[in-house]
Design a protein around this ligand. Structure first.
Ligand SMILES: Cc1cc2nc3c(=O)[nH]c(=O)nc-3n(C[C@H](O)[C@H](O)[C@H](O)COP(=O)(O)OP(=O)(O)OC[C@H]3O[C@@H](n4cnc5c(N)ncnc54)[C@H](O)[C@@H]3O)c2cc1C
Length: 487
């Protein structure tokens, strides 16, 4: 049997291990941490359970698809659709509980923001059309194979380029709306791939379609169940895992991969797939190979500063996903992407899984995941910035929810961009690999196959098609397709 090695057990690496196994390889996953999942991990502290990383689950069929690769091996993975996407709050008392059904969204948004129904509906229809036109080209295939460019989807996407909004920013696209709060709400979708609405192209206005038509979901027992269930399935189908082992070299001979070296020894392989961020993969694992500079120098996506708080009471006005908006969104993104610092009036995201899984918090209490967007780690003083932001976040919560929660915090855990890089080797702690602040970003992302070393491949959020759980899963699907076509 041919041997495959996967470097890293993030969601991309786990998906890849299953797909390689299905292709008939003997698969070994080498992971430096003592647990699988990478960013999709969880902790328990003082009776509270916290998902550490992702909180929004879309396109669940991509996870189901992996479970269905092995119909004889059932592993429990259940999820349900949410009828409310998010609760939005502004300091002036405006509250918008966004429904996930487009027709309900239009009604509710008209009611709260006074925006014409026709205008909102037109925007959502355009969002859907953009998504359907581009998903096959940008998300589901390799952008680096000639066959992609000769397909009907490509021709359609190119013909419709002006409509796609590639030359506009998302913020300009959203000036479609008269109400500035609704504009701010739709600008927020830029953060779904760690970009700025004032720089990312207007094509990102397709993202609301994901949430409002295709839906948002919650995996039973939390986001961690996604990575755990894939890990359990991988074990069942015979994937070998080597935890607490760090790959420090990708070995090759005559420009063909031969295996890897780790802190514990050498492993031979016919195929190697790296799930490590692409920048350290080149810098640390193949210093002898000159990487594609434009790709490696691409601006990184935003990172995050997260407080995991056990809260001593329940808040009925909050749901699973909640956003407390900044009064000056443009200044906030200028701080993050240009000044590489944190804004004093941040937009605060609060995720509370105990709303869906009550056992995630002691009775009568809630587990709050409180996140603000942050610049990557460029050597800033994170201790000082974290202390300052903690005060600003508490202030924002007080201004929007009219409650001072300082004395309600029972337990606290904090994750900074430095911590994210330490735990997962993501360059500068970026959440989504490269930012999409440039209209050519999609084309500059590293391909899933390595053009310099044969039989070396790359999956995960820092390579094509991009970051976030669904795209990482697609990266594994595209890579498996590339590998199977070569055999
Ligand atoms: C706070 C936060 C919030 C997020 N919110 C969302 C969200 O709501 N929805 C969403 O879809 N996405 C979200 N994301 C993004 C999402 O988590 C990532 O895009 C995705 O999990 C990345 O997966 P990955 O496979 O690229 O690898 P990672 O999760 O980065 O894992 C890489 C793995 O490789 C291992 N590794 C690295 N180098 C080596 C080495 N040399 N040897 C051995 N092992 C190595 C690491 O230890 C790690 O386990 C969020 C991320 C964070 C951090």
């Amino acid at each position: 049997m041919k041997q495959a090695i996967v470097i890293g057990a993030g969601i991309g690496g786990l998906a890849m291990s299953l797909r390689l196994r299905k292709l008939g390889y003997a698969v070994c996953v080498i992971e430096k941490n003592e647990y699988p999942g990478g960013k999709l991990h969880a902790i328990e502290q003082d009776g509270f359970r916290f998902d550490l990383g992702p909180s929004l689950f879309t396109l669940p069929h991509l996870v189901e698809e992996l479970h269905q690769l092995f119909p004889d091996q059932s592993v429990d993975f259940r999820f349900h659709a949410k009828s409310t996407a998010c609760h939005y709050f502004w300091e002036d008392g405006t509250v918008f509980k966004a429904p996930t059904l487009p027709a309900d969204f239009v009604e509710e948004a008209h009611e709260v923001f006074g925006e014409s129904k026709k205008r909102i509906d037109l925007y959502l229809q355009k969002s859907k059309a953009k998504y359907n036109l581009t998903k096959r080209l940008f998300l589901e295939r390799s952008l680096h194979q000639w066959s992609t460019y000769f397909s009907l989807d490509t021709v359609k996407a190119i013909i419709n380029a002006p409509f796609l909004g590639l030359t506009n920013t998302l913020d300009k696209e959203n000036q479609h709306f008269e109400n500035p709060k609704l504009r701010q709400l739709f600008n927020r979708y830029a953060t779904y791939n760690g970009s700025s609405p004032y720089q990312t192209p207007g094509i990102m206005s397709m993202i609301p379609h994901l949430e409002l038509e295709l839906g948002t979901y919650y995996p039973e027992n939390g986001m961690h169940r996604i990575s755990q269930s894939l890990y359990e399935l991988a074990i069942k189908v015979g994937v070998e895992f080597r935890f607490r082992e760090s790959v420090n070299r990708i070995n090759h001979s005559l420009e063909r991969v031969t295996g890897v070296s780790t802190n514990k020894g050498q492993h031979k392989a016919d195929v190697v797939v790296s799930n490590m961020d692409i920048v350290p993969t080149y810098e640390k694992l193949m210093p002898d190979i000159k990487g594609p500079q434009k790709t490696l120098q691409q601006e990184r996506s935003s990172s995050a500063l997260i407080f995991y708080w056990g809260i001593a009471r329940k808040f009925d006005q909050l749901d699973l996903h909640n956003i407390l908006f900044s009064k000056d969104y443009q200044a906030e993104f200028d701080h993050i992407f240009n000044q590489k610092t944190l804004f004093e009036d941040p937009t605060v995201y609060i995720n509370i899984t105990s709303k869906e899984t009550p056992s995630d918090a002691p009775q009568g209490q809630e587990n709050w995941f409180v996140m603000i967007n942050a610049p990557g780690d460029y050597g800033q003083d994170w201790e000082e910035m974290t202390a300052r932001s903690r005060k600003n976040i508490l202030q924002k919560i007080k201004a929007c929810l009219k409650v001072d929660i300082s004395d309600l915090i029972q337990t606290e855990h904090v994750l900074t961009p430095q911590g994210i890089e330490r735990d997962t080797s993501s360059y500068r702690g970026a959440l989504y690999g490269a930012a999409s602040n440039d209209k050519f970003a999609a084309f500059l992302r590293h391909p899933n196959d390595n053009k310099r070393i044969e039989n070396l491949y790359h999956v995960g959020g820092s390579v094509h098609p991009g970051g976030g759980i669904p795209l990482c899963l697609l990266s594994a699907r595209i890579t498996a397709d590339l590998i199977s076509r070569k055999r």
